[in-house]
Design a protein around this ligand. Structure first.
Ligand SMILES: [Zn+2]
Length: 525
């Protein structure tokens, strides 16, 4: 049985980037309509013949995401490219946040939603898409070009925790997947080092606790999986309670969604991964040598069609270009997908009135998605001193959004990006978090308002016409920025000046604001 082997992680050795960072130090996670575990328990208690589809549908909640990666041999940029869609409730504003590299006093602590944990001596600079109530990130990148996206996965360990909670013996509250993601970025100079930071914290604290604002722990909690990537390799990490398993990806493409995916082959794992499943009766002792992680730990009472369809779709689209033709723009295209041009025919009416759970997620009057894609990002991760890591980020559904270029070596972000709605940006335990609401000062809310404007009404009556107009304007900006970012990258390295990177992002934000406000006012005409 593979064990958790700790390895020495090399220090980041990118001279130019380090030089920049040194100067910069002074500058500067619809879905799937998942059945709720509470709902599952109630359904389990109900005689099967009385379970109608209506009842099943009433018990769905939005906890989905999609994460995918292409390694340097598969991409046009010769870099790793990581993509992530974060699907969340429609009011779950996600500002883009930046924290510089920081030194911390010995014995200092971090106050998270549910736990206060020891801080490390030094945290690395990070940029991440952070729900308005949350300490952590749904996706983000650090100064060394490590990027991470996470997923909710539904597992027997989580169902077990819900059962204990219902029996009056809830597990101790732990760390949210989003917190673990940011902690990994703050503590890892390479993907493997971030992986070890996260797995150490999973083993120590577990992950019980609601990750959805307004929901209690039993309905809003989930186990997490991740793709952790740098310019050389990626790791698929899947966690179950306080245990975990990880698989290294060194070439080609990979995608994950809301289900455990690692089967019989992995590179690192908790020492008792199989024994625990055997003890719980989830895997036969006689077949220990053939232990299948996903088969043992997956919660089959959550329908696999909810996540399987999307992960197969992202994988299919990645594979179309896996022989060196995966571009950042292709990953953006995948993240904007609604099964167009497939046998499913795309949404029958339009994307804003989905028939299925799609990669680019939209709320549905039928409530089976129960939310929107709340943010989307494409990371360009070089392993080359002449390149800089980039995060192309858009709030809300990427099919009505605009991927904005942000460099991982940036020293500050425009305030409008970092601003939430009327609730403000806080660290609040989700059961106590109130719904956020529109503010003109928030970039995220302006794009959420644009989505509503483009839809016209709940049924998306105006969507097809207005989305085309928005896409024409946004596609032009994205193309210009893609060209401009190459020159900016070159100049910033040449002049060893991160202010050039900040200035470029600020310029793009100004253009984006002018365009989004024009589209909002003109109602797409
Ligand atoms: Zn869409």
């Amino acid at each position: 049985m593979p064990t958790n082997r700790r390895t020495n992680v090399p220090q980041a050795g990118r001279l130019n980037r380090r030089t920049l960072l040194k100067r910069g130090a002074t500058l500067g996670g619809g879905f799937v309509g998942m059945l709720t575990p509470g709902g599952l328990a109630a359904l389990a208690e109900t005689p099967p013949r009385t379970r109608s589809m209506r009842e099943v549908n009433r018990r769905v909640r939005p906890l989905s995401c999609d994460t995918m990666v292409a390694l340097p041999d598969a991409t046009t940029t010769g870099t790793t490219v990581l993509g992530k869609n974060s699907d969340r409730p429609v009011f779950d504003c996600q500002p883009l946040i930046h924290f510089p590299r920081q030194q911390h006093a010995i014995d200092s602590t971090i106050k998270l939603e549910y736990r206060t944990i020891p801080q490390v001596e030094q945290t690395y600079a990070t940029i991440g898409s952070s729900p308005y109530w949350c300490w952590g990130y749904e996706e983000g990148v650090n100064e060394f070009g490590v990027a991470i996206g996470n997923e909710a996965i539904f597992t027997k360990t989580f169902t077990d925790a819900v059962a204990s909670s219902k029996a009056g013996k809830p597990p101790e509250l732990g760390l949210l997947g989003m917190d673990l993601l940011r902690l990994g970025l703050e503590r890892g100079q390479r993907a493997r080092e971030a992986l070890h930071a996260i797995t150490g914290l999973v083993e120590r604290y577990g992950q019980w606790g609601s990750g959805v604002p307004g929901m209690d722990h039993e309905t809003g909690g989930y186990d997490n999986s991740y793709i952790i990537a740098d310019g050389k390799e990626a790791w698929i990490l899947e966690t179950v309670g306080q245990r975990w398993v990880a698989k290294r990806v060194t070439h080609g493409v990979a995608a994950i969604s809301n289900q455990p995916s690692i089967r019989t082959q992995w590179d690192l794992a908790s020492h008792d991964l199989a024994d625990y499943a055997i003890d719980k009766g989830w895997w036969p002792k006689a077949k220990k040598d053939d232990f299948d992680f996903a088969r043992a730990y997956i919660d089959l009472r959550t329908p696999l069609q909810l996540s399987q369809l999307r992960v197969q779709r992202s994988h299919q689209l990645l594979c179309q270009k896996e022989n060196g033709d995966v571009s950042p723009q292709w990953v953006m295209r995948i993240l904007r997908d609604h099964y167009e041009d497939t046998f499913l025919g795309g949404p029958n009416f339009n994307a804003a009135l989905p028939d299925f759970l799609t990669l680019c997620m939209h709320s549905s009057p039928a409530e089976f998605t129960w939310g929107n894609t709340a943010s989307s990002a494409v990371f360009i991760l070089p392993d080359d001193s002449k390149r800089l890591a980039q995060m192309w980020w858009t709030p809300v559904t990427p099919c009505t959004g605009l991927y904005l270029p942000v460099f991982a070596a940036a020293s500050r972000l425009p305030e409008v990006l970092t601003t939430a709605g009327l609730e403000g940006k806080t660290v609040t335990a989700p059961p106590q978090a109130k719904r956020d609401a529109f503010s003109e000062k928030s970039y995220w809310w302006l794009f959420r308002d644009l989505l509503d404007t483009i839809k016209g009404d709940e049924t998306g009556a105006e969507f097809s016409k207005r989305q085309r107009i928005a896409r024409t304007a946004f596609n032009r900006l994205e193309q210009n920025w893609m060209v401009g970012s190459k020159e900016v990258e070159k100049q910033a390295i040449l002049q060893e000046n991160t202010a050039i990177l900040d200035g470029f992002t600020k310029h793009c934000v100004d253009q984006a604001l002018a365009t989004v406000n024009r589209l909002r006012k003109s109602k797409g005409s």
